[in-house]
Write a protein that binds this ligand. Structure first.
Ligand SMILES: Nc1ncnc2c1ncn2[C@@H]1O[C@H](COP(=O)(O)OP(=O)(O)OP(=O)(O)O)[C@@H](O)[C@H]1O
Length: 574
């Protein structure tokens, strides 16, 4: 049981009214939010009202659930503790608004379903962007002040004619399908046009607490404000310096300005319980904050270091990091190598040249996720997308049901079990990624897929499309294994967890190495004013004991003095 700080206690025990909590990294937002949730639930006299605690990732939701259950154990016997809901913002919107009520706005006569973009039936759902047709599912919505909703598509964010976008969106909605971005739009539409439903929702969830509130994008903000408009009390907790989803429209502005709204109380969490003082000092300089470290510097090596690296000598870099971890008494399994982009993370994790195309690529990804990273969840998702890509167009909603476990519960559970068995079993299901792709992996997949598709047809009425074999043809498949032997272990290299910074958000990690290029470093040193600067800040503040910055050898002369001035130490210097 933790000893709560004064600031944490005051937030937890504050009266039932909207609150904006601005917190620093490692300030115990999780413990505070969970305890606030429990305290609010106890105070709520409406027996039918639920408290909702929402966040943005499944990892955060799992952590909240675990902590809340632990709290329940401590306070056993209190029945009122049960009326709570912990979910991702998207899951909350999906289960409470889109699935039960979305049809009213979408004009379909079925329960709406989420599409991921790879479903074959989507080929006839496109939108004209002025030059070419683009998949409707690629439309992004950018609410602009004074303009209203702006529809954009592609990496270049090409603005799509509003009438064309609306027509395409409606056509997709009429079959009951929505993409991730469009789901929020439909939810907002339901709230704006169905006052009875909005009011019923607020009766059920009179108080909503949103964690990681810096990640609230404009559409989510509009949804929360629509609920507030009919009486919901919305509280936010987050850290604007960790707003690393600006590219998707989450600027942190909502959290930043929330305390200034009428009736909202502003609070702060300013103690960092995670990192050693030397790391907190640098984090303060980067963010312009004055947070207090709670920990003391340990006896062993700790703090923030930098060293030069050459991209061609990755193995040496990893060995040097392992040596520093050794001095700090940190196991390799308690450390991580972090990169700015997925491409870099793949490279540093021993990336493979991609094999396979289209549907076949989904199975390649599934095999790599399972055999290289041990990520069965991701393997399952890729495999489901692959199998659905081989089915007839009529089965467009199967993927959504499979991934989120909805639909006709019994048959969907049996189907999920069958696909899980296929994914898990390399001897009779998804072939091992260590097989030579061209001569062994692809032919084996083809044969086993035939058996699986027969079973899906007989047991679940799911028919394969006529040309499914062509979809698994040997396109971009080479005569080498999908993963290299080194990935299967056996080489004398430390086996690090390699990840993007985005994927470790919210975590505490004993030892972190952040590999930068020149511009990442430049922005990191520029502080938390840019998105890449914030990404650097998140990388730094994940570290509990040791943070190592990888500086390209060619840029060392330029950056060493700046890093020294910030409080970094040169690794290896006495
Ligand atoms: N009052 C406390 N006393 C001691 N440790 C605490 C206290 N509150 C939280 N902690 C610990 O601090 C660490 C960081 O907490 P947590 O992960 O909730 O931080 P956070 O605010 O979510 O950080 P971030 O936003 O950087 O992810 C955890 O190990 C947690 O157990």
């Amino acid at each position: 049981m933790i000893d709560l700080s004064q600031q944490q206690r005051e937030i937890i025990e504050a009266p039932l009214k909207p609150m904006a909590v601005t917190a620093c990294a490692g300030s115990g937002k999780t413990s505070t939010a969970v305890r606030r949730l429990a305290a609010m639930r106890k105070r709520l006299d409406d027996r039918h009202g639920h408290m909702a605690l929402l966040s943005f990732s499944n990892v955060a939701v799992d952590t909240f659930n675990k902590d809340y259950n632990a709290l329940l154990q401590e306070e056993a016997g209190d029945r009122r503790m049960r009326g709570i809901e912990i979910a991702t913002v998207d899951a909350f919107i999906t289960s409470n608004i889109i699935r039960p009520h979305g049809h009213l706005a979408m004009g379909c006569n079925r329960t709406p379903f989420l599409v991921h973009g790879s479903e074959p039936f989507l080929t006839s759902f496109t939108v004209w962007d002025g030059k070419r047709r683009q998949p409707t599912t690629e439309l992004q919505i950018n609410p602009k002040e004074g303009v209203g909703l702006q529809f954009e598509v592609g990496q270049a964010k090409t603005v799509v004619d509003r009438k064309a976008a609306n027509q395409a969106i409606k056509k997709l909605a009429q079959v009951g399908a929505y993409s991730h971005a469009l789901g929020s739009l439909w939810a907002l539409q339901v709230l704006r046009t169905q006052p009875l439903i909005s009011r019923a929702l607020v009766r059920r969830y009179p108080h909503i607490l949103v964690d990681e509130a810096q990640d609230i994008g404009m559409l989510h903000q509009l949804i929360l404000m629509a609920l507030q408009g009919v009486g919901a009390q919305i509280s936010l907790i987050g850290d604007v310096n960790q707003g690393i989803y600006e590219f998707s429209g989450a600027t942190g502005a909502f959290l930043e300005g929330y305390a200034d709204r009428d009736g909202v109380e502003g609070r702060m969490l300013e103690t960092n319980f995670r990192s050693v003082p030397s790391i907190v000092t640098i984090a303060n300089k980067l963010s312009g904050r004055d947070d207090k470290p709670e920990r003391t510097e340990p006896e062993t090596l700790s703090g923030a270091y930098y060293f030069a690296y050459k991209k061609e000598e990755k193995d040496n870099v990893l060995k040097s990091f392992a040596a520093l971890l050794g001095e700090a008494g940190i196991a390799v399994s308690d450390a991580a190598v972090l990169c700015r982009s997925a491409k870099w993370a793949d490279d540093w994790g021993g990336g493979e040249e991609e094999q396979g195309q289209g549907v076949l690529r989904k199975f390649v990804s599934a095999a790599i996720q399972r055999d290289k990273f041990g990520c069965f969840d991701d393997a399952f998702k890729h495999c489901c997308a692959g199998v659905v890509g081989l089915l007839d167009d009529d089965h467009g909603d199967v993927l959504s049901d499979l991934v989120r476990g909805g639909g006709d519960v019994r048959s969907s559970q049996m189907l999920r079990r069958k696909l899980w068995t296929f994914v898990k079993d390399a001897t009779s299901g998804l072939p091992s990624a260590s097989l030579v792709a061209g001569t062994a992996w692809q032919p084996t997949l083809l044969a086993r897929m035939g058996v699986l598709l027969d079973t899906l047809s007989v047991d679940h009425g799911l028919e394969a499309r006529g040309n499914w074999k062509a979809k698994l043809a040997r396109r971009k498949i080479f005569n080498r294994p999908l993963i290299q032997a080194a990935d299967l272990g056996g080489e004398d290299l430390p086996k690090f967890r390699v990840s993007t910074v985005h994927k470790v958000k919210g975590e505490s990690i004993k030892g972190v190495m952040y590999i930068c290029n020149r511009s990442h470093l430049d922005e990191l040193l520029g502080g938390t004013t840019t998105e890449v600067g914030k990404i650097g800040y998140v990388a730094l503040t994940r570290a509990r004991d040791l943070f190592v910055l990888g500086v390209p050898a060619t840029n060392m002369g330029e950056f060493a003095p700046k890093l020294d001035a910030l409080g970094f130490k040169k690794a290896g210097a006495s």
